[in-house]
Ligand binder design. Structure first.
Ligand code: PNS
Length: 161
């Protein structure tokens, strides 16, 4: 289990995501952060912006790379020769959705792909990109939740500077 992927929309990356990346990086040889390009969620930040914010945040980790992907995650993983997905679980509310994705990915990949769940550190259990965006939109300081650079990009995006 040398190389794993941590996939997501990361719109934008938060300290909750970075906690999972940091812990994965100490557990696995190589962590690929897979940034989904064709998000059905109509992201606030473009693919380039979302990617750039993660690259900036993980620059001190030697074994973490950031790559965009399009289409099905399992197809991308086959191309990258990765067979393990890492996902964070915040609360029981995440569980049903995550279980469904993990089991279907396993089934469709003919049992070649598995998902490993890390429980989010308790101080980030409530945190989500959506909540961060909602606070930032109304001018609230979100620097407790996201790196300084991301907080700056949020202000810029919402024209609060
Ligand atoms: O950060 P998110 O939005 O919760 O991440 C969801 C993600 C990117 C892991 C999931 O939507 C995904 O893997 N999308 C790629 C398309 C795919 O493989 N779909 C099948 C499983 S839903």
């Amino acid at each position: 289990m040398g190389k794993v992927i941590y996939p997501g929309s990361f719109d934008p990356v938060t300290y909750g995501h970075l906690d999972i990346i940091k812990r994965s990086a100490s557990m696995f040889e190589e962590v690929v952060v897979g940034v989904l390009s064709n998000s059905a969620k109509n992201p606030l930040f473009s693919l380039e912006e979302r990617t750039e914010m993660i690259v900036e945040a993980v620059k001190d980790y030697d074994n973490v790379t950031v790559i965009n992907f399009d289409g099905l995650l399992i197809d991308f993983m086959k191309k990258q020769d990765i067979s393990v997905i890492v996902r964070g679980l915040r609360a029981v509310t995440d569980f049903e959705y995550e279980l469904q994705i993990a089991q279907s990915n396993r089934k469709i990949s003919k049992d070649t792909i598995d998902t490993v769940f890390l429980t989010t550190s308790i101080e980030y259990a409530y945190l989500s990109s959506s909540i961060v965006k909602e606070y930032a939109r109304y001018g609230t300081d979100v620097s407790e939740f996201v790196p300084e650079y991301v907080a700056f990009k949020l202000k810029e995006k919402y024209k609060l500077m």
